[in-house]
Design a protein around this ligand. Sequence first.
Ligand code: GLU
Length: 265
Amino acid sequence: MKRFLINISLILMITIVLVGCGKKQAPMDLYDSIQQRGKLVVGIENNIQPFSFKGPDGKPQGFEIDIAKQIAKAILTDENAVEYVIVEPATRISMLNSGKADMLIATMTITKSRANVVDFSEPYYYAGQTILVKRNSKIKTFTDLNNKRVGVTFGTTAIEGIKTVAPGAQIQGFKTYQEAYNALKADNIDAFASDDTILLGYSINDANVKILQQRYTQEPYGIAFRKGTESERAIDIVNSTINIMKSNGTMTKLKSRWFKPSEIK
Ligand code: GLU
């Protein structure tokens, strides 16, 4: 009898689990949920000139903000139907995957390992890694970085990049770009390795630092989405928006709005 009761309880438990699994909802199609909400939620970076930074009115502006607006126009016929969420490089993928943003437009390089965890749009910009140093620095080439203290931001491709170009560098990680820049200013590091796009803003605003002209990687920037079929329709629309922007001159117009001719890639 005891055995019979145990068997019945086991069957009941298994049934409950199976029924529960059957009811598990598939994630809602991203395009549909954006439509229903009437708003796009985009993860962006903070204080990256000219990609994404606070304008005089306190609102985000920059090249990537204009791309977000073009996408909102394509999906919702309203370029202002965008809510911005600030992300950091080290946490941006987990913020995306936990649903805090529909997509990331955040100077994010398309890499093979990231493509295992997120889906990317086609590239909308090509950056490359280089180095920021103090203006009077003796560092002239990347090989000079061996045995030097080089700052990188956690969660960025700069970590792998610097290991390749200067294996003897002493890498120090920082939570934000700003912290790495502050460390350079305070002489706690000798160089700050990052995309030229990120470093450019610092060198424009601060005459006491400079970037080395050469780049040692190519960084195609893509818009990141949660991986899976839920994002497919949204990615299709984003890709066609990027392609239309490239072919009808909008991308060139945006680049000349935000970059000097010598900086356009
Ligand atoms: N593009 C880089 C990445 O996706 C971020 C910028 C940087 O490292 O400077 O990791």
